[in-house]
Design a protein around this ligand. Structure first.
Ligand code: ATP
Length: 357
């Protein structure tokens, strides 16, 4: 009997509902074929619920997730009827901070060379994983304004970096590199100008790298890192940085893949719970048309299965997605004529064939 793995499935809004339905169907099939022990529990958290009840999710949702779940498979939030995204703050930020999901993980791998915007660069050149610290730095809302609304107005945001927070993300990046056979971890900061936080990152990085003698440790100031990701992406293998720089570099990374429809991400508290979501949003402009690209949702499912330590299932999904792209079984955003359903059916069948050997 396989170990039980309990997953909350939160499609959310817009195309989140369409692509997560397909990802869910794939997970069900894989579970049947491989006895993964997955238990999928559907959650209706999103704009509709918020508009009906005034809350996007039940009050005890975070406690329930913390106590009873291993992962969250998440779609997207965003709805024209809630322009200030109040439900997004409640649900997504609630989970990020409430579950202390301190590692944001974004694989950056070119799957379709035709989409890579860089000249003469392809899958061998653009293949890295970015680890962004997800709970500290400038995002903690420590600060304030002085003389607000006057010509003398001053605004201050403090960047908070704790030794614990920095060490756990740096160590996690090295651990990941070691486990997955990657060779190098690049830490990126701005310690030449931002003295105190940068100094802490430098000291911690130098300490932690000693525990991983087989992994090369590299450092780039973040302005240079941004330049190098475009000029020479093959320099990067695993990247680790603070919240703000990670936010920027990971979006740069998504651009290198060439399509939002192929970018997956995880928000993880290692050893406890992980929330996995496609990088794209709810895409109201194409919602309901059956043309949303489901690949990011599939690759997101693969990341989640890797986190749940069922690597063969994750590998099968990635191989099936790669095969579908090579056979041009893709949606219009990738230049194909497929629908969400037809592309998904193709990936599902391919995946099951791979698993069946
Ligand atoms: P949100 O506010 O929820 O982030 P958005 O539309 O502003 O929504 P995205 O959802 O990320 O931002 O979409 C940006 C653009 O990319 C849109 O034109 C959208 O149609 C397109 N897009 C995003 N995801 C996909 C997808 N999976 N398949 C096809 N096109 C997509």
């Amino acid at each position: 009997m396989a170990e039980r793995r309990r997953i909350a499935v939160v499609p959310g809004d817009g195309i989140g509902k369409e692509v997560i339905a397909e990802g869910r169907a794939l997970l069900v099939e894989l579970d049947r074929a491989m006895s993964l022990g997955l238990e999928l529990v559907d959650k209706d958290w999103g704009a509709d619920r918020y508009l009906e009840t005034g809350r996007g999710m039940p009050e005890d949702a975070l406690d329930d997730l913390r106590d009873n779940y291993d992962a969250v498979y998440f779609g997207a939030l965003g709805d024209d009827r809630i322009p200030d995204m109040a439900h997004g703050r409640e649900i997504l930020l609630g989970m990020r901070f409430g579950l202390d999901l301190w590692a944001n993980v974004r694989p950056v791998k070119v799957l379709d060379p035709a989409l890579c915007p860089l000249k003469d660069k392809g899958p061998d050149d653009v293949d890295m994983v970015i680890f962004r610290e997800n709970t500290e730095d400038l995002y903690v809302a420590v600060g304030g304004t002085f003389k607000e609304g006057t010509p003398d107005e001053v605004a201050v945001d403090q960047s908070v970096n704790s030794r614990k927070g920095v060490e756990r993300i740096v160590r996690h990046a090295f651990d990941y590199a070691q486990k997955t056979g990657r060779k190098k971890v690049t830490m990126s900061d701005k310690s030449n100008a931002v003295r105190y936080g940068g100094g802490l990152w430098q000291r911690v990085f130098q300490e932690v790298q000693k525990d991983f003698p087989d992994i090369a440790a590299d450092h780039l100031f973040v302005d240079v890192a941004a330049m190098e990701m475009v000029r020479a992406p093959e320099r990067f293998d695993v990247v680790v940085c603070n919240n703000l720089f990670g936010d920027i570099l990971s979006d740069l990374g998504a651009a290198l893949i060439g399509s939002l429809g192929l970018a997956a991400s995880g928000n993880i508290h290692p050893g406890r719970i992980g929330l996995f979501e496609p990088v794209h949003g709810s895409a109201p402009d194409i919602a309901g048309q059956g043309v949303a690209n489901p690949m990011a949702a599939f690759l997101t499912a693969a990341m989640m299965l890797e986190f749940l330590e069922v690597q063969p299932a994750a590998d099968a999904i990635r191989q099936a997605v790669q095969g579908a792209i090579e056979q041009r079984q893709v949606t219009p955003d990738l230049g194909g004529q497929g629908t969400t359903q037809s592309v998904s059916a193709h990936v599902r069948e391919a995946c099951l064939a791979i698993v069946a050997g």
